[in-house]
Design a protein around this ligand. Structure first.
Ligand code: HEM
Length: 524
């Protein structure tokens, strides 16, 4: 005790000294990082383009912060200031994003050749592929496999959409079977979780086949991996480019360990299942005798499984390596499942909030299903539902801008154009049948999958989303099934209500409000 008493004051003094030095060094480090950030932003920025708010050092730092936590809000402020011009958003240690608002420029961008305007650098910078997925793609340059997938989706998934529909219907039923219903109150579900799960299950049918689409461990890993990628990327944004290689991965792991955002843990599970699926493909290929027949045999009447197509392409034609196939699958899961899950989530939210639409939509679905069943041609005839979904996407797109050009990253403030009175009457009001009325008035581009400069949810030009027909049919099948068998109601608990959008964004991407719930009550 005496010894302790005798050493304590000295120890306290020296520890206070260490604390002061550590504090001082941390402040110095923060200043150096902020100074470098401002310097880099000015160096990377286009000198003749204004920033969303202003170009002074404080404004640059605040825009970096805002783009990280509320990207759509920052894009809105820029759009309001430069509605007939362009503006730029500085980004942490990278090229800024130039946002084009002037309608003539947007029209010009639409017609740019696919080799010049490409979404690849945007995806690379948004998801920071080389840091978040090291080892999957060749360094320097975008993998050739990624240039092939949109073609496969357009040429096979879209062309033979009807072949996928039975599996998609089964996935929807299987997902509904996982819910437990209470006789009187029905079932209260997390709105995003339900939409995300049903899309993950149906999407997995398309991507990896029936066995994995029913494997709960795999499905959980798919969902967690996508959210994990979002979270990991966000954490990585805060680390300077030169340090990312050394500490980026470590910091991101530290931030997500033990959470559902743990990308590394879920990726391990996914890889285990992908490898097992590959063994099944190999066995199948061995059974065919002639391996070349294997790829062709898929094209007869069965839906083409995207993973199998990519894998066999890598093995048989040596077009790309196995890690590249895995990398492409992980990216495609994001492109397919997050976007469609978000779109379905917003539609369920609006259905629960706006019961006046339920009866007319139900009537339409009922008569079409009676004649055509849950098929592609049935879905194509659901004009009211199509308009309702398009209105949901107009007001709640998954992202506030779409990016089109390499080098300088050029974006279009889609979310705010879609809310502009220049293009839409009473733009902030939800009118589920807005597009049916427009079609009746003879206006063009009124279908959910139609592209136009005032409706940019699926992009535009040669890189417009090739999965939009799949997304449209999938959402219609889910909503038809729900309308036929359930009443869709808002949840009465106050903690489960709230806005559609969560409190943080992911650059220009919106993140859902995970707490939002709806109630499904079985119809008598
Ligand atoms: C509601 C759901 C969806 C939305 C809102 C959406 C949105 C988008 C957008 C905005 C782009 C960029 C277009 C551009 O740069 O001009 C895109 C590209 C892409 N999407 Fe979708 N998407 C959805 C569903 C899907 C689905 C279901 C698939 C797969 C079956 C898919 C696969 C892709 C691919 C592969 C690309 C890259 C196209 C290219 O590089 O040429 N998407 N999507």
């Amino acid at each position: 005790m005496a010894l302790l008493q005798s050493i304590k004051p000295g120890w306290i003094e020296s520890s206070t000294g260490i604390l002061t030095i550590t504090f001082g060094l941390s402040i110095l480090f923060i200043y150096v990082v902020l100074f470098t950030l401002v310097l880099h932003s000015i160096q990377f920025a286009n000198s003749n383009i204004p920033f969303a708010t202003a170009k002074n050092p404080f404004a640059i730092i605040s825009q970096h912060y805002l783009f990280l936590v509320d990207g759509p809000g920052l894009i809105k402020r820029g759009y309001e200031r430069f509605v007939n011009g362009v503006f730029e958003i500085p980004r942490t240690f990278r090229f800024g994003q130039v946002i084009v608002c002037k309608p003539e420029f947007i029209e010009e961008l639409k017609n740019v050749r696919s080799t010049i305007a490409s979404p690849e650098p945007w995806i690379d910078q948004l998801l920071q592929i080389s840091h978040v997925m090291p080892g999957y793609f060749p360094s320097g340059g975008w993998p050739s496999i990624a240039k092939t997938t949109p073609g496969i989706i357009r040429g096979t998934v879209h062309r033979h959409l009807d072949r996928y529909v039975p599996a998609m219907n089964e996935a929807i039923h299987n997902q509904l079977r996982t819910l437990s219903f209470d006789e009187s109150n029905g079932c209260t579900i997390s709105c995003f979780e339900f939409a995300y799960s049903v899309v993950a299950r149906s999407g997995s049918y398309t991507m990896v086949g029936e066995r994995l689409a029913n494997n709960e461990e795999y499905l959980k890993a798919v969902k967690e991996h996508i959210l994990g990628m979002i979270m990991t990327t966000r954490v990585q944004f805060l680390v300077p480019e030169c340090l990312k290689k050394y500490i980026g991965g470590f910091i991101a792991r530290l931030a997500t360990i033990g959470t559902r955002w743990n990308m590394h843990a879920s990726r391990k599970i996914l890889l285990k299942h992908f490898n097992a699926r590959v063994i099944e493909y190999r066995n199948g290929m061995a059974c065919h005798g002639n391996v070349d027949e294997s790829v062709n045999s898929q094209e007869k009447d069965k839906p083409i499984e995207i993973f199998r197509w990519l894998y066999e392409g890598s093995v048989l034609r040596h077009r790309w390596s196995y890690p590249e196939v895995l990398g492409e699958m992980l990216l495609l899961q994001f492109a397919f499942i997050y976007t469609t899950g978000y779109a379905l989530y917003s539609a369920l939210y609006e259905l629960a909030r706006q019961p006046e639409y339920i009866e007319s939509l139900r009537e339409e679905v009922k008569s079409i299903l009676a004649e055509y069943g849950p098929t592609v041609s049935g879905c194509n005839r659901m004009v009211l539902l199509d308009s309702f979904l398009k209105e949901c996407q107009r007001l709640h797109p998954p992202a506030a801008s779409i990016t089109l050009k390499p080098g300088t990253h050029v974006g279009v403030p889609s979310s705010w154009i879609q809310r502009s009175s220049a293009y839409y009457e009473d733009p902030d009001t939800f009118d589920g049948y807005r597009f049916v009325k427009r079609a009746a008035a003879g206006e063009p581009n009124t279908k959910l999958v139609d592209l136009s400069p005032d409706y940019l949810v699926f992009g535009m030009g040669s890189h417009a989303c090739p999965g939009r027909w799949m997304a449209s049919v999938l959402m219609k099948l889910v909503i038809s099934e729900l309308l036929m068998h359930f009443d869709i109601l808002p949840c009465t608990e106050s903690s489960s209500q709230g806005p559609l959008i969560g409190s943080l964004s992911f650059e220009e991407f919106y993140v859902p409000n995970f707490a939002l719930k709806i109630c499904l009550r079985p119809r008598v």
